[in-house]
Write a protein that binds this ligand. Sequence first.
Ligand code: NAP
Length: 290
Amino acid sequence: MDVGFIGLGQMGSQIAGNLIEAGHRVTVWNRSADKAAPLVAEGASLAATPAEAARQPVVMSMLADDRALEAVAFGEDGILASGTPTIHVSMSTISIAIADRLASAHRDAGQTFVSAPVFGRPLAAAAKKLFVVAAGPAEAVAICQPLFDAVGQRSFNLGETPNKANIVKLSGNFLIMTVIESLAEAMTLAGRYGVDKSMLLDTLTGSVFGGLIYEVYGKVLVEEKYEPAGFTLPLGFKDMSLVAEAAVAAGVPMPMLSLGRDRLIATMARERPELDWASMAKTVEANAGL
Ligand code: NAP
């Protein structure tokens, strides 16, 4: 399939590489053009603008946040200005508000909007092990299915309204934050009683706390390996702020979210922004005098 790909950061570069490997003809664009070079060497075409990348039946975007997506979609040379009835598949973790805005702007431009955020860190992206959470007009989602299959281990279809995929993604990231916080508290407590982190984690994940998130983030906490980050502190804070925005709009109090968001603020004040968001465990430890 001919597909455009916009946003070649940690996640996007892996996803675009897997699309090429699966035999799709990929046209890439990134704000910092140098990041496109390795993919061009693998056979991708280089677009001069997002609009040019969008002159394909499908264009996928994987960008940092709402602001980046806004620039790439609504900008002068943006996807909406491509003059092509493309399907825009947004894989970024974004707000409900911008998903709604994009769905209607694309409809008005004779285009289609599909939300398809993903679960899985850059290593999972590299291994084609992402979980794709998709929602949008059924026909468009069906057209995109071979693309989802090329980059992920499983995809979920949440129906016709794009923002449903975004709220599921935000809910999942909220739960990941609570796992990091609670594991960090448990490890700090057990450490005080002479149980080291790996002994605690092996016992818990080997008994009643099996599961990918406990295992992946538990390992990060045990090894205190916060660099290179799979998912940085500012991106984690961005996501928790998006959850807060959605919660306020819906009138849903989320006290655990407030605690975790404050923990991220404190960690960003203490640490460097390049660290993984799991480094919020360092603030938990510091509060215990460690
Ligand atoms: P990243 O490495 O920081 O890449 C961000 C991308 O956005 C880069 O291509 C960057 O371009 C582009 N960008 C930022 N601001 C822009 C702007 N104003 N205009 C145009 N382009 C802009 O981030 P990532 O880790 O790949 O994450 C991308 C998205 O996936 C985020 O929404 C994140 O929440 C989500 N996500 C991440 C993970 C993870 O574990 N990393 C997992 C699941 C979902 P430049 O190269 O020019 O800076």
